[in-house]
Design a protein around this ligand. Structure first.
Ligand SMILES: [Mg+2]
Length: 146
């Protein structure tokens, strides 16, 4: 990474920003300070999550219908409440001008389900692994992103 290059970074939510407790908002796992440091460096964040609001739910599966809610809005509110500005939600706001691809364009993605993402295990916090933000911060520094 070229030093001081500004990146667009796609960020997953459940298991990444907080412990995975969908449909609830999970516990703090140290994402806020690192995300704020990324913003201070001039990078832009796009929330890129499987969460959607009830009007977006296409599935006919009973379980999903019985759990309808404003899940995406609740994640967006988590960013607002933590003072983390989002450049985009689910999509890059400018990509429609140069691509019809449905993939959210970012130069880096941080997602607990991505290969190579450092994970932490703490059964007191969550039965599922979640992003290890101390290790992510180290990686970001090694790559001159932070
Ligand atoms: Mg996730």
């Amino acid at each position: 990474m070229i030093k001081n290059e500004k990146l667009i970074i796609g960020i997953d939510f459940d298991g990444t920003c907080v412990t995975h407790e969908f449909p609830r908002i999970g516990k703090d796992i140290g994402a806020v300070t690192v995300l704020k440091k990324l913003l201070e460096k001039g990078h832009q964040l796009i929330l890129f999550t499987m969460r959607s609001n009830k009007e977006d739910v296409m599935s006919t599966e009973k379980e999903i219908h019985s759990n309808r809610g404003q899940y995406l809005t609740e994640a967006v509110n988590w960013f607002k409440e933590n003072g983390i500005e989002l450049y985009g939600i689910q999509t890059n706001p400018t990509q429609h001008s140069w691509t019809s691809s449905p993939k959210c364009y970012a130069q880096l993605y941080i997602d607990d389900r991505s290969l190579g993402c450092p994970l932490a295990f703490n059964s007191y916090l969550s039965p599922r692994p979640f992003v290890d933000w101390a290790k992510v911060e180290t990686l970001l520094k090694e790559r001159n992103i932070l």
